[in-house]
Design a protein around this ligand. Structure first.
Ligand code: NAG
Ligand code: NAG
Ligand code: NAG
Ligand code: NAG
Ligand code: NAG
Ligand code: NAG
Ligand code: NAG
Ligand code: NAG
Ligand code: NAG
Ligand code: NAG
Ligand code: NAG
Length: 388
């Protein structure tokens, strides 16, 4: 008995020590060339929309009776997203396999997420949230290179619908849940990390762009909650964080990683201008998602890498493939559909090599987006001018 008691006690102590020291995986240090995958707008699988009778009959009745309906529930009635879910799930799965295939070929060491990790209303610390975390991410990206590669995560508009509990799940719970999920060291919705090569360094600043959009502060917005209200009041904290981090970094390359576009083929979020000015001052690069397509834009002496196509691609987000001006250098879309896919980034001292991989979307006997050889990039771009 005594022996048993002692060993159980030791086992418990050992377990407690081990858990408090869990830290997320990070990318390997010291490579001459490090390849990472940039991926966004992917997390559809496992979402169960609200039924039509609730959305069309019950919801209006509740509203008329002045009953406060949680934003998550209103958002889960989004008519477009309800229509997409079946295809979106299949497209996320096919694209996950495609990203795995390209990344096996290219030896991706990490993934850089630009948000919208869980449609339609994020995840919180509930059984439903746990099931979604498993289905849309943990069990989705598991084979081959996905087995150990860290994901440097970022919040999108869908992720913040539950407010603080949703932010807490992704920043505090998820890193302990699965050590591939990286969300900084301070448990905040914004953070910085460095990727370090043999003879180069890259500084990344991850921000929550949801806080910057004034549209999200409207009383009718599903994105208005006490989290976004508070962080909208304090956007200067994130602006200063970017400014200070870039100023204190001697890195060869500096990146801003966030969800919303400053400029794109479908919307310009001018509220992000203070961030873009700082990036431009440091000759940095912006990586974003939100628009459900692949793209490359150049304006304000800054390159904008759009990788929002790992879930449900939408041609309209890339203006049906038609550039409205010389600032749009690549749009992964045609007049019928946008391509699924992602972007790889090969980082070295000499250059940043970006490759946009658009998937040949064979789907139920048809081809939604024909690409002759989708193991090759549809578009590439190199940057040789170092950040300062
Ligand atoms: C684990 O964490 C504890 C307390 O935070 C610290 O004292 C200890 O040194 C850590 N152990 C390791 C191996 O990092
Ligand atoms: C993949 O890249 C990592 C990081 O640079 C490196 O350590 C590893 O040897 C590479 N693997 C292969 C098969 O090239
Ligand atoms: C709901 O609130 C509005 C505005 O406060 C009021 O005009 C209306 O009478 C209320 N309706 C019910 C059913 O209480
Ligand atoms: C789903 O995919 C099929 C092609 O197999 C297409 O005909 C249909 O329009 C798609 N639906 C949506 C909502 O995208
Ligand atoms: C945000 O600022 C507004 C206007 O200054 C204020 O009314 C509101 O209470 C603030 N909200 C939070 C959550 O800080
Ligand atoms: C950024 O920092 C510099 C000093 O390093 C300061 O002059 C500038 O005002 C700051 N800009 C912002 C937007 O905080
Ligand atoms: C950055 O580089 C300069 C010049 O090489 C050096 O003086 C400074 O200490 C470096 N700063 C950091 C934070 O490494
Ligand atoms: C976004 O900005 C670009 C570049 O300034 C401009 O050409 C485009 O018309 C703008 N798009 C929208 C939707 O306002
Ligand atoms: C980018 O350029 C446009 C047009 O020249 C200008 O209106 C805008 O203020 C610039 N944005 C930033 C962040 O400098
Ligand atoms: C894209 O095409 C669709 C249908 O083909 C059309 O309804 C939509 O207006 C077009 N969007 C743009 C931005 O041209
Ligand atoms: C879409 O583009 C194809 C070829 O680029 C063209 O044949 C077709 O008529 C276009 N369809 C529409 C609806 O614009």
């Amino acid at each position: 008995m005594l022996v048993f008691t002692i060993s159980t006690c030791l086992a418990l102590i050992h377990y407690a020590t081990a858990t408090t020291n869990v830290t997320s995986r990070t990318a390997p240090v010291g490579a001459k060339v490090l390849t990472v995958g940039v991926i966004g707008d992917y997390g559809w699988t496992g979402w169960v929309p609200s039924p039509d009778n609730f959305c069309f009959d019950v919801l209006p009745t509740l509203k008329a009776a002045n009953i406060t309906v949680p934003n998550e529930i209103i958002n889960d009635c989004d008519p477009g997203d309800k229509q997409y879910i079946t295809n979106a799930t299949a497209l996320q799965m096919d694209t996950a396999a495609y990203v795995g295939q390209i990344c096996a070929m290219k030896n991706c060491s990490a993934f850089i997420s630009v948000g919208d990790n869980f449609y339609d209303s994020g995840v919180d610390f509930s059984t439903a949230g746990i099931l979604r975390f498993q289905a849309a991410w943990a069990d989705m990206y598991t084979q081959g290179v996905f087995k150990y590669a860290p994901w440097y995560q970022c919040l999108g508009n869908h992720d913040i619908v539950p407010g603080q509990p949703g932010v807490d799940f992704q920043t505090k719970v998820a890193p302990l849940y699965d050590d591939r999920w990286y969300f900084g060291t301070e448990q905040l919705p914004y953070y910085t990390y460095d990727l370090i090569g043999a003879d180069w360094t890259a500084t990344f600043v991850v921000l929550d762009s949801d806080c910057f959009l004034s549209n999200y502060q409207k009383s009718t917005s599903v994105y208005k909650n006490s989290y976004t209200e508070a962080c909208h009041n304090t956007t200067q904290t994130q602006v200063s964080f970017l400014n200070t981090t870039f100023a204190n970094s001697n890195a060869t390359w500096k990146f801003l990683q966030l969800h919303h576009p400053y400029a794109s083929a479908s919307e310009n979020n001018t509220e992000l201008a203070p961030l873009v000015s700082i990036v431009a001052k440091h000759q940095g690069i912006v990586m974003n998602g939100h628009d459900h397509c692949l793209g490359h834009f150049s304006l304000n002496n800054t390159n904008f890498i759009l990788s929002g196509a790992a879930g449900y691609p939408q041609a309209g987000d890339c203006n049906n493939g038609t550039a409205q001006g010389p600032f749009a250098l690549y749009l992964g879309a045609n007049n019928l559909t946008a391509a699924n896919g992602f972007v790889t980034l090969d980082i070295s001292k000499e250059m940043l090599n970006f490759e946009w991989y658009a998937r040949d979307m064979k789907f139920e006997g048809m081809d939604l987006y024909p690409v002759e050889c989708d193991l090759k990039p549809s578009y590439t771009f190199q940057i040789t001018q170092n950040s300062i």
